[in-house]
Each structure stands twice: as structure tokens, then as C-alpha cells.
Design a binder for this molecule. Structure first.
Ligand code: UDX
Ligand code: UDX
Ligand code: ADP
Length: 465
């Protein structure tokens, strides 16, 4: 019986997923560790380091009882029966596979640490999304350090939670996937993890397969989801050019049970830490396997996403009489989707950088992203804007009204509920803006005819005026 679980990496994946294990299994002691002291301090404070609806309740209910956050990585490893590895796997910035391959340095460091300090046998679970066959590398490191008294078994248990809905996704997942080596020891290790999840997940939703299939399934699921968005976004360009309405097209297609209605919302482009990274992993893998056609096929999903962001910015500039120089543009939403404070790969970053290059003044408001984060994102290497430009062109506002006051245009970048028609007073916003007052709805959350009645000029993704 599993009594003690450790999670290495207290981030967006490790934090919520292991907090839910503690919440659902009171007999299991869960320790989430991280090298980052500030992050652990935040997990131990009243203000958790990540915003997720429902997460506070879960953490506050079990913290100090069977849920602990610590920087003492070694002790947690020593005490654990099961160890989740949930460290970051960013895209490599330099060297072999730069811009595409995942940087596995954090995974390797964590794995080596386990091998070094463990004094009893462990089941090590690969939780971070990683390229296929990472488990093999982890296994090689662990096995080289095994002896007759200690053995390490490796499992792949990719996480499918989406940010903003992490807690519900974890409580009621569509499925839990566990990959193992197809050996008696592999199956025994797998059974231990099945026993943990069976505390709250129906057995038929726990899917088992071999390690490689499990690793590839995670990349494939994200690639297929991102591909749907790029597909509907490609159609949104046709809609704008022809007068078809992308919401109507998505509805008509989605009612076909073979296609299904979800994930067909046209947008300014997908963001988040996973989609682009995982597709680029798949592209790199395909290239390594000498499958250039396959690589090109998946690469196109990312290319289309970049095109969508650029196309939307061009539409803004074109509509504002071909120049946004010195114009104030209110950007509502900076997170990559609603209900999260996460900005990784957010379309808003690209949009802002384009608008700065066009010399616009951008007034940004997001309910969950703070000014420091926005400044950091816009001055990251590769974004194309420096600190001086950000200082000159960006204002960060405390409300949507403040951002819109005196603006020539309002751009919806994130679909936060508080930007919807029944939440914001668009009459008041209209009165405070320059005229003509433009709205660009990058998330299809507004009622264009009603806004036109107020006096706005409205441009919506996937719809022509
Ligand atoms: C298709 C559409 O399904 C239908 O809605 C439309 O009206 C006409 O085009 P059809 O071409 O008759 O219908 O057959 P369909 O079942 O869609 O299969 C098309 C091809 O895809 C077949 O060669 C089929 O073998 C192949 N296919 C289908 C796969 O290779 N894999 C699948 O999972 C499904
Ligand atoms: C995704 C996967 O959904 C999840 O299963 C995996 O574990 C991690 O990656 P996440 O990135 O958190 O989750 O959010 P998701 O809801 O998938 O949204 C990703 C991006 O796509 C967001 O920018 C979102 O706004 C965009 N999106 C989503 C659309 O533009 N249209 C849609 O229809 C759906
Ligand atoms: P994800 O979105 O995949 O959860 P994050 O970047 O949010 O990624 O979290 C990963 C966490 O893993 C970071 O907080 C980082 O400090 C931590 N981490 C990375 N390497 C190690 C390590 N060797 N030991 C402990 N924690 C680590």
C-alpha cells in the first residue's frame, strides 16, 4: 500500500495534481517539493503561487494534515514510495534542436537526485510532458544506480488538466493514463498507482498501456487539440473574406457527432505552455525519425497560429485607417485564456509586440496578471521589444474602464467573463473613448449588433462587417 507520495516540482502541474491526491486520499502523506524557495513559501502562505478556481479550498483543507510543501527535496525522496517528477521541460533556446526540442536538463537533474539519495525502492512517475522515450533515459539513469536492495520502477502518467479548470479536471478526468514497462515488475508498479487513483476515479477511466504509447499519447492529444484550433482559425480567415460566420460554421460542423462541438472556438490564437511546445516536440521527433512530411504537417499547426495573431493585428491597423501611431489601444486580457493568471505563450504578448512596433500606446488590463509579469513577458528575449519601448508604449491599468478611457480602440484578447456584455457597461466605455470608437473582438464573446447600436464600430474574428 502506498503511504507516502513525493512530487518534485511545485508548478502548474505538480502543485494541483498532487494537492488533489492529498485531498482525495487522507491516508497518503503527500509532500510537494521544489528548489524555488519563494514558490514553496507561497504554497505555504494564504496567497498560493498559482490561481486556479477551487484550488485554495483543497490546499487549505489538507495543508499541514497530509499535504506538505517543502524545499527539502532529499528528505521527501527518502520518505516516499511513489515519486512524481513534475519539473519544467521548456523548449531549448540554444544548442541541438534549439527552438524545437524540449530541454530535459531539469528532468535529468531530478532523476539523478532520486538515484543518489534513495535508500529504499521507489516507483518513479514521469508526469511532465516529455518527448517520447524520456522514460527510457530516466530508467537507464535509475537502473545504473540500482542494486540488489533497491530497485526503481518507472511509469509514465501524463497529466491532461487544462489551466483554469485544473481542479475539476483532476477530480473528474475523462481518463487517467498510466504507461509501464510490460514486465511483471512494471505491472506491479502500475498497480500501485492504479490503487491511488482508484480512491476517486472509476476503474474504467484508468487506461493502461506501454510506456511509449503513453508518452506519445500526451503529445498526440495536445497536437490534435491545437490542430482543431488552427483549423477553425484557418476557416475564420475564409469567413472574414467571404461573409460566412465562423461561429455558425463551427456549430454546423460540431453537430456532426464524428467531429464534436468542443474546441472549435476561433480566437486570436492559442497560447499556453503546452500546445506549441508539444507540437514542436512532435516536429523534432518526426525529423529525428526521418519523417519530413510528418514534421511539416504538424509544423503547419504552429505556423497557422502565428499567422492568426499577425492577421488580427493587421486587421486592427488596417481598420484604424492604416496607422496606430500614437493611438491608445485598450487591450483587455493578457492571460492565455480565462480563469488563469498564466501568460506563457499568450497571444497577447505577440499582439502587444506588433502594436508597439506600429508605435501604438497600449493600455493593458487583466484581472489576474500583475504589472511585473506583463513587463517581464514583453521584454523577454525573442519577443522583439526592449525595456525602453515597453516603458514608452505600455500602460498597465487597474480596470477595464481605466484602460478604455481615451482609447481609439478596445481589443478583447482573453475571454474573461468580466468583459462580457452583462458585466461591463459598454455605454460608459463608449462615452469615454475617442470617436470613432472601435472594438476588436478576438474571442467572440461580445454582441456586435448591440455594440453597433451604442455607436461602436465592431470587428470580430471570423466575421466580416
Ligand atoms: C464522407 C463524409 O463522411 C460524409 O459526411 C459526406 O457526406 C461525404 O463524404 P464517405 O466518403 O461516403 O462520406 O465515407 P466516410 O465514411 O467519410 O469515409 C471516407 C474515407 O475515409 C474512406 O476511404 C474511409 O475508409 C476513410 N476513413 C474514415 C479512414 O481512413 N479512417 C477513419 O477513421 C474514417
Ligand atoms: C492544454 C490541454 O487542453 C490540456 O489537456 C493539457 O494537459 C495542457 O494543454 P491548457 O493549455 O491549459 O491545456 O488550456 P486549453 O484550454 O487547452 O487552451 C489552450 C489555448 O487554446 C488557450 O489559449 C485557449 O484560449 C485556446 N483555445 C482553446 C482556443 O483558441 N479555442 C478553443 O476552442 C479552445
Ligand atoms: P509545469 O507547468 O510543467 O508545472 P512549472 O515551471 O510551473 O512547470 O513548474 C516546474 C517546477 O519544477 C518549478 O517550480 C521548478 O523550480 C521546479 N524544479 C525544476 N527542477 C527541479 C529539481 N531538480 N528539483 C526540484 N524542483 C525542480
Amino acid at each position: 500500500m502506498v503511504k507516502n507520495v513525493c512530487c518534485i516540482g511545485a508548478g502548474y502541474v505538480g502543485g494541483p495534481s498532487c494537492a488533489v491526491i492529498a485531498y482525495m486520499c487522507h491516508d497518503i502523506k503527500v509532500t510537494i517539493v521544489d528548489l524555488n524557495q519563494a514558490r514553496i513559501d507561497a504554497w505555504n502562505s494564504d496567497k498560493l503561487p498559482i490561481y486556479e478556481p477551487g484550488l485554495d479550498e483543497i490546499v487549505f483543507a489538507r495543508r499541514g494534515k497530509n499535504l506538505f510543501f517543502s524545499t527539502n527535496v532529499d528528505q521527501a525522496i527518502i520518505d516516499a514510495d511513489l515519486i512524481f517528477v513534475s519539473v519544467n521541460t521548456p523548449t531549448k533556446k540554444t544548442g541541438m534542436g534549439a527552438g524545437m526540442a524540449a530541454d530535459l536538463a531539469y528532468i535529468e537533474t531530478a532523476t539523478r537526485r532520486i538515484a543518489q539519495v534513495a535508500t529504499t525502492s521507489k516507483v518513479v512517475i514521469e508526469k511532465s510532458t516529455v518527448p517520447c522515450r524520456t522514460a527510457q533515459s530516466m530508467r537507464t539513469i535509475l537502473e545504473a544506480n540500482s542494486n540488489k536492495d533497491i530497485r526503481f520502477d518507472i511509469l509514465s502518467n501524463p497529466e491532461f488538466l487544462a489551466e483554469g479548470t485544473a481542479v475539476t479536471d483532476l477530480m473528474k478526468p475523462d481518463r487517467v493514463l498510466i504507461g509501464c514497462l510490460q514486465t511483471p515488475d512494471g505491472f506491479a508498479a502500475q498497480q500501485k498507482l492504479i490503487d491511488v487513483y482508484s480512491n476517486w476515479i472509476p476503474r474504467e477511466r484508468i487506461i493502461t498501456m506501454n510506456l511509449w504509447s503513453s508518452e506519445l499519447s500526451k503529445l498526440a492529444a495536445n497536437a490534435l487539440l491545437a490542430q482543431r484550433i488552427s483549423s477553425i482559425n484557418a476557416l475564420s480567415a475564409i469567413c472574414e473574406a467571404t461573409g460566412a460566420d465562423v461561429d455558425e460554421v463551427a456549430y454546423a460542423c460540431g453537430t456532426d457527432s464524428r467531429i464534436g462541438p468542443k474546441f472549435l472556438k476561433a480566437s486570436v490564437g492559442f497560447g499556453g505552455s503546452c500546445f506549441q511546445k508539444d507540437i514542436l516536440n512532435l516536429v523534432y521527433l518526426s525529423e529525428q525519425l526521418h519523417l519530413p512530411e510528418v514534421a511539416a504537417y504538424w509544423k503547419m499547426v504552429v505556423t497557422m497560429n502565428e499567422y492568426q495573431k499577425m492577421r488580427f493585428t493587421h486587421r486592427i491597423v488596417r481598420t484604424l485607417f492604416n496607422t496606430v501611431t500614437h493611438k491608445r489601444i485598450a487591450l483587455l486580457g493578457f492571460a492565455f485564456k480565462k480563469d488563469t493568471g498564466d501568460t506563457r505563450e499568450s497571444a497577447a504578448i505577440t499582439l502587444c509586440s506588433y502594436l508597439i512596433q506600429e508605435h501604438a500606446r497600449v493600455a493593458i488590463y487583466d484581472p489576474k496578471v500583475d504589472a511585473k509579469q506583463i513587463r517581464m513577458d514583453l521584454t523577454e528575449p525573442g519577443v522583439g521589444t526592449n525595456e525602453a519601448e515597453v516603458d514608452k508604449h505600455i500602460t498597465i491599468c487597474k480596470s477595464a474602464y481605466e484602460a478604455c478611457a481615451g482609447a481609439d480602440a478596445l481589443v478583447i484578447c482573453t475571454e474573461w467573463d468580466e468583459f462580457k456584455m452583462d458585466q461591463l457597461d459598454y455605454q460608459k466605455i463608449f462615452a469615454s473613448m475617442q470617436k470613432p470608437a472601435f472594438i476588436f473582438d478576438g474571442r467572440l464573446i461580445l454582441d456586435a449588433p448591440k455594440l453597433r447600436d451604442i455607436g461602436f464600430r465592431v470587428e470580430t474574428i471570423g466575421k466580416s462587417v
